[in-house]
Unconditional design. Structure first.
Length: 450
């Protein structure tokens, strides 16, 4: 009997299918395990048809519905009522779904582990709080571009979603420090603060956010590895509290968090060897002083985007694989020489619009970095000279003539070809100097001086 049951179970799972960018037909309804509609073959999938299909597929575990922006509460409820083993739900960009539909989903207590709700703009705090309180198995939660999201709901995420591995809150501008946990003060610091505030000035809160007390968690976010706070309205205090509770973050994205200073880097440096990827693009108050501390403590960094900073300390990171220095107008050849000498593991380097770099420094760079397979140098004036454009990838359609002329992206074998061309260029220059004759740039690979 046991053998028969095991055989039936194996047969059941072997018979399940994944349906990609189309609706399953009637014969497939009970066999669909993964339904992905990101770029459906039919651009118009009616809500009525989708409701019928979702209500007829009881074994769906993964539902990616981001390619159906007209998805309604009705379709979502049909899915939740029928697919009792639903583990992954992606409704990115489905702006017709409201709190009413999402609350119906949470009422079913489904075994959800991943929810991607980016751009589901009608969702507000009530549904996000319900998700945090009822979906205890969540390991991935994406809430980017939700204008109705406030610190209240995010505090519930920190308080109840204790298994989270990935949390994305990009472009939620209403999120302030109040949305994130605070460092739990010790008794001495509390006494010191009380002494300082013996006669506090009366203060009348100007917003409801000010009334919220600090969020002190009694647990650590031990599982959190990826945190995206792009364009959130946070300060150094929020970063300090986050690192205090989530000491194993590997990927930390803080693009356009413009209030951050070196104090934030001081906190981030406590992540030490755990930190793998850090993005601080457009965080202009960060200085070299904070960067030095970061580079010395977080020695396993593989990818860092630190626009506006120098790179001498970063060059010493032996595990660095990807570096973005786009629009660092103060970047000079000296920094490129430092990368060429020390950052020998670099595989991808972005130097677009760093307009003070010479062709000689780029030449030395690509000669030294044997693992480099992608170099972006759009808008670098020294690379506009004739003969170099032929090694670049073709510019994407839609660029104006000036952008096309400035486009320089070198990949794979073309980097080797560019290096060989510049090697010959250097030899021609040396030969010209030795013979005391004028040197003329060429666009071909011939070694003759004339």
């Amino acid at each position: 009997m046991l053998d028969e049951l095991e055989s039936e179970s194996t047969s059941f799972h072997d018979d399940m299918i994944k349906v990609l960018d189309r609706l399953p037909n009637h014969d497939e309804y009970r066999r669909v395990r993964h339904l992905t509609l990101q770029h459906p073959q039919s651009s118009e999938i009616s809500d009525e048809v989708l409701t019928t299909v979702l209500g007829s597929c009881p074994h769906i575990e993964t539902a990616v519905l981001s390619g159906v922006p007209q998805l309604s509460n009705k379709s979502l409820v049909a899915l939740a009522e029928n697919a009792i083993n639903l583990q992954e739900l992606d409704i990115t960009g489905c702006s017709e779904v409201t709190d009413a539909g999402m609350l119906e989903v949470t009422n079913k207590f489904l075994p959800l582990q991943s929810m991607r709700l980016n751009g589901a703009a009608a969702l507000t705090d009530s549904s996000i709080s319900a998700i945090a309180k009822t979906c205890s198995r969540l390991v991935e939660l994406e809430l980017g571009d939700l204008p109705g999201l406030t610190p209240l709901a995010v505090r519930d995420v920190w308080s109840f979603s204790k298994k989270l591995h990935t949390l994305r809150l990009a472009n939620c501008s209403s999120l302030t420090d109040k949305a994130f946990p605070s460092v739990i003060p010790d008794e001495n610091s509390m006494l010191s603060q009380e002494e300082k505030n013996e006669k506090p000035l009366p203060h009348r809160p100007t917003t409801w956010l000010e009334v919220l007390p600090p969020l002190f968690l009694r647990h650590r976010a031990e599982n959190l590895r990826v945190l995206d706070l792009t364009a959130c309205n946070v300060t150094d205090d929020a970063i300090d509290g986050i690192v205090f509770h989530a000491l194993r973050i590997q990927t930390f994205i803080l693009t356009a968090c413009t209030q951050l200073t070196d104090a934030a880097l001081e906190s981030i440096s406590r992540l030490g060897a755990h930190l793998d990827v850090l993005v601080l693009a457009h965080v202009s108050q960060i200085t070299d002083r904070g960067l030095v501390k970061l580079a010395r403590e977080c020695f396993n960094l593989r990818c860092i985007d630190v626009a506006y900073m120098s790179v001498f300390e970063l060059a010493s990171l032996q595990s660095l694989r990807r570096l973005s220095l786009v629009r660092v107008h103060k970047l000079t050849d000296m920094a490129i020489y430092a990368l060429a000498e020390h950052a020998t593991s670099l595989e991808r380097l972005h130097l677009s619009y760093c307009d003070r770099l010479s062709l000689e420094s780029i030449h030395i760079l690509i000669k030294s970095l044997g693992h480099l397979h992608h170099l972006t140098a759009t808008g670098v004036p020294s690379l506009k000279r004739k003969g170099i454009q032929r090694f670049s990838e073709l510019p994407p359609s839609g660029l104006d003539p000036n952008q096309q002329a400035a486009y320089r992206v070198f990949t794979g074998h073309n980097i080797s070809l560019l290096k060989r061309f510049l090697d010959k260029e250097a030899k021609r220059r040396r030969d010209a100097e030795a013979q005391n004759i004028p040197f003329a740039e060429r666009s071909d690979d011939k070694l003759e001086l004339h």
